[in-house]
Design a protein around this ligand. Structure first.
Ligand code: SAH
Length: 218
């Protein structure tokens, strides 16, 4: 493990990440390969970084925290889980999930980011990932239901199709924009019709937008 990466894992542990599986993967996935070369020397800093088109690679603590929250209440071992991610972005969160769970499905609305993430994930030979250029508000009905859903952009409300694509017992970790602030929540589907939610803490995400984009502007 790179010394800087090892230091980052220690920072995550100090900040409260306790899940050993998540810490191990944060020490393995090469974050420097998910940012532009000019920023590679800052890849193991505890910060979000720009990835172009007004978007960011999430803060490493955010990735670790969301991943741990997703795995925590599952009734199956991580290696048996199927997870949907909305907002592939750089592909880093996708790679972290792919190292832990059976299959990852990830949707990105910006074509250029989706293409770049696909190249990076291919280089890392992660074969349990399926990517789509599309609008994540609709989820991915072809592969539903999912044991876990991670949303990496903040919506004003939880898109109904996403909640409906959870397995019973499955959970979604998502930021929500209340108008005043953003909060991170975990929504668990307890029965076919019932959901419960827990507040995980404050959040800072780019907005969840609608539709897809092909050009350079979101
Ligand atoms: N997990 C990513 C986060 C990237 S930022 C990373 O760490 O790199 C959030 C991403 O969500 C952006 O790339 C943005 O384009 C994407 N996004 C926003 N709204 C979306 C939508 N409706 N469907 C799919 N992706 C969306």
């Amino acid at each position: 493990m790179l010394r800087q990466q090892q230091r980052l894992v220690e920072q995550l542990r100090t900040a409260g990440i306790q899940d050993q599986r998540v810490l191990a993967v944060m020490g393995q996935v090469p974050r420097h390969q998910f940012v532009d070369e000019a920023l590679a020397n800052r890849a193991y800093e505890a910060s979000a970084l720009p990835i172009g088109y007004g978007q960011t690679i999430s803060h490493p603590y955010t990735v670790a925290c969301m991943t741990a929250a997703l795995l925590e209440n599952q009734s199956h071992a991580p290696a048996r889980l199927r997870v949907l991610e909305i907002g592939t972005g750089s592909g880093f969160q996708t790679a972290v999930l792919a190292a832990l769970v059976a299959r990852v499905y990830s949707i990105e609305r910006l074509a250029l980011l989706a293409t770049r993430a696909a190249q990076r994930l291919q280089q890392l030979k992660l074969r349990n990932v399926r990517l789509q250029h599309g609008d994540g508000n609709h989820g991915w009905p072809d592969y539903a239901p999912f044991d876990g859903i991670v949303v990496t952009a903040a919506a004003k409300g939880i898109p109904r199709p996403l909640a409906q694509q959870l397995t019973i017992g499955g959970c979604m970790v998502t930021p929500l924009d209340t108008g005043q602030e953003q909060v991170l929540i975990r929504l668990t589907r307890t029965t076919a019709e019932e959901f419960c939610h827990e507040l995980l803490g404050p959040a800072t995400f780019v907005p969840l937008l609608s539709g897809v984009a092909f050009g350079v502007s979101p």
